[in-house]
Write a protein that binds this ligand. Sequence first.
Ligand code: FMN
Length: 366
Amino acid sequence: MSGSVFGNRFKISTWGESHGAAVGVVVDGCPAGLPLTEEDIQIYLNRRKPGQSRFATPRKEDDSVQILSGIFDGKTTGTPISLIVYNKTARSADYSEIAGYYRPGHADFTFDEKYGFRDYRGGGRTSGRETIGRVAAGAIAAKVLKTMGIELITYSRAIGGIEIDPDHMDFNEIDNNPLYMPDAQAAANAADLLEEKLAQKDSVGGIIEGIVTGLPAGIGEPVFDKLDASLAKAIFSIGAVKGFEIGEGFNAARLCGSENNDAFIIGKDGAVAKATNHAGGILGGISDGSPLVYRAAIKPTPSIARAQQTVNKDNEEITIHIKGRHDPIIVPRAVVVVEAMAALTILDLLLENMGATMDGLIKFYK
Ligand SMILES: Cc1cc2nc3c(=O)[nH]c(=O)nc-3n(C[C@H](O)[C@H](O)[C@H](O)COP(=O)(O)O)c2cc1C
């Protein structure tokens, strides 16, 4: 299977299955001299850990990361950084049934069609656990970006149709509720909705929003490696993501040019700025110096406890009741995954941009 490598300059290679021995990532291209500890990575991993709330899968994993290479005396050495997280509580017996049928909304059918067989234990490589490698690598990318004054803030904007109220938005609230919503009232309403859906043996989806501040103008390569195109590919590579937009996104289709254009102005510091940010911080695929604003739509968790209609490998129509441990909502656990993929994309293009001009090249080598 190809396709487990991401990035050009800051390159990651993720590996491992949900019920295999471990999952992990190799990071190639991290600049030498970055102070880095397991704790830096663990803080990120803890944000996607299962079993932390009533609304996440009860699978109890400590997800503790071990750095195998690439660090000496507390700093990156410029050599590949290898990170591993052991799977400790895999209960493969829960999944033996799904070897013989196709779960609606999952990749079972397409994997069988493509490869002729699959690792059905916990979804194998298509499981949410595949994202551990991305998050661990994203923690490193985010640390490099933070050192350069670039910060990412990511949260749940909507859960099953319950959306945050911009007038009640408070970023300090994000870590105060298990749904990572920056609005306490919306989080309480969403929790009630999730209780209702749990009782109905059903699930809901939602929207994740990210804001990146401190990003200088000029990041993103024209044509195929535009910043928005690269972010779209990165975020769409996460399981369950069904939509992606920048700034006004799909709403731009409903606006007039006079409403959607951001007027250029001279800012307080005398530099060119924008009066508004409908573009979401990207023009022509290149960052414009305004905050980058993007959103990802996440589908409802496909594994639901109620009876579902499907087909088995013998071509028979059957009714199934999925066993195992599942998230009634994927959105809160995917928040950090989305942030990690954004950090990896931005850092990769930031490094790529170093060779964009002769002036820049001469300044670097002189
Ligand atoms: C962090 C994360 C956790 C997930 N947890 C579950 C889960 O508990 N149960 C489930 O059915 N799907 C879960 N998924 C979604 C499936 O992996 C995904 O929907 C499936 O592989 C089909 O891929 P697609 O939705 O991209 O078509 C999770 C996804 C992510 C990113």
